[in-house]
Structures are given as C-alpha cells and as structure tokens.
Design a protein. Structure first.
Ligand code: COA
Length: 149
C-alpha cells in the first residue's frame, strides 16, 4: 500500500515506503497498542478478508503543537477508494475511542489538498481548528478537532 505514490502523496513528504519500512511501522503500531491500549486497526473487507488499509488512534508525534490530543487517521490502498470504507471504519474507530476508552481529546490532521480526508473529518462531526505547518516536512496542514460535550 505504502509503495504507491498516489497513496503517499499527502503523507509526510510524499515519499513511498519499502517492505522493510512497512515492517518497522507495523511493529511500532503493535507497540502503541500494547503500551497505550489504543492504536491503528488493520481494515479488511468482511466478505473477502482482503486487507485494504488502516484506521485508528495514535499519538501525532509529527505535530507536537497539538499534544496531548490523540489523532484519528487512515490510509487505504487505491483499489478500495471511493467505496465508503474509509468513512465507515473512521466512524467505528472514533466511537471505539470515545465510548470504549473515554478518549475525547481527538484531532485529525490532513495536508492541504487532501479533500477526501478533510471530508471524512467533517463527516465525523469534527470542526476546523487551525492551519499550521508540519515541521517534519514543511507542508501546510489543516487540523480538525472533535467538539467537547
Ligand atoms: C483519504 C482516503 C482514506 C479517502 O478514501 P475514500 O475511499 O475516498 O473514502 P470514502 O469513500 O469513505 O469517502 C470519503 C468522502 O470524501 C469524498 N471524496 C472522495 N474523494 C474526494 C475528492 N477528491 N474531493 C472531495 N471529496 C472527495 C467522498 O465523496 C466521501 O464523502 P461523501 O460520503 O460525503 O460523498 C483515501 O483517499 C486514502 O487512503 N488516501 C491515501 C492516504 C491518505 O491520504 N490518508 C489520509 C492522510 S490525512
């Protein structure tokens, strides 16, 4: 998934990843689950069991200015785009964080131009918080935030 330039266009500086990179990331995702009790879910299509991407909560280490907020994020392989999977999984992952774990200080961060991602944030009921610069790649990002009850 992360070796596809279209998938990586709006991630960091847009550089694609190798299988070795992916293995390291998966290890860090698993570590986050065991250390913090939340993390990224691998998403599969129920009918086929095919892996199509990930969605979930993680610490936005690339943007310390939003700490201690937790980020909800997502990434999917291109053939699965446009079918509503990303929205469906994001709604479920958000409800897991809020209802099961009691995490409510949640943001979501997209690079300017990534309209589909911004739309998912809006569909989750999040509201625009700020525009800023991701210091790890100097790209402009928009931050959405879950409103507090
Ligand atoms: C961002 C991403 C997850 C969206 O996936 P998707 O399959 O299009 O998501 P959905 O089918 O659930 O659609 C999301 C919404 O965005 C809208 N949308 C999709 N592409 C769009 C575009 N280019 N411009 C505007 N809106 C768009 C859809 O219409 C839908 O809104 P709706 O339900 O009101 O019609 C997918 O493109 C992806 O994985 N991209 C690569 C990784 C990435 O950028 N991750 C996010 C980093 S912040």
């Amino acid at each position: 998934m992360c070796s596809d330039p279209d998938v990586m266009q709006y991630i960091g500086n847009g550089v694609t990843r190798t299988a070795e990179d992916a293995a390291r990331y998966i290890e860090s995702f698993e570590k986050e689950w065991s250390e913090k009790g939340f993390g990224l879910f691998a998403i599969e299509v129920k009918k086929t069991g095919d892996f199509i991407g990930f969605t979930g909560l993680s610490s936005p280490n690339f943007l310390p200015e939003v700490f201690p907020s937790i980020e909800i994020g997502w990434r999917y392989s291109k053939p699965s785009w446009g079918k509503g999977y990303a929205s469906e999984a994001a709604i479920t992952a958000l409800s897991f964080g809020v209802d099961e774990l009691g995490i409510t200080d949640i943001v979501s961060i997209y690079q300017i131009g990534n309209e589909a991602s911004m739309r998912i944030m809006q569909k989750l009921g999040m509201i625009f918080d700020r525009r800023t610069i991701d210091p790890t790649c100097n790209r402009e990002v928009g931050v959405y935030r879950l409103p507090q009850q």
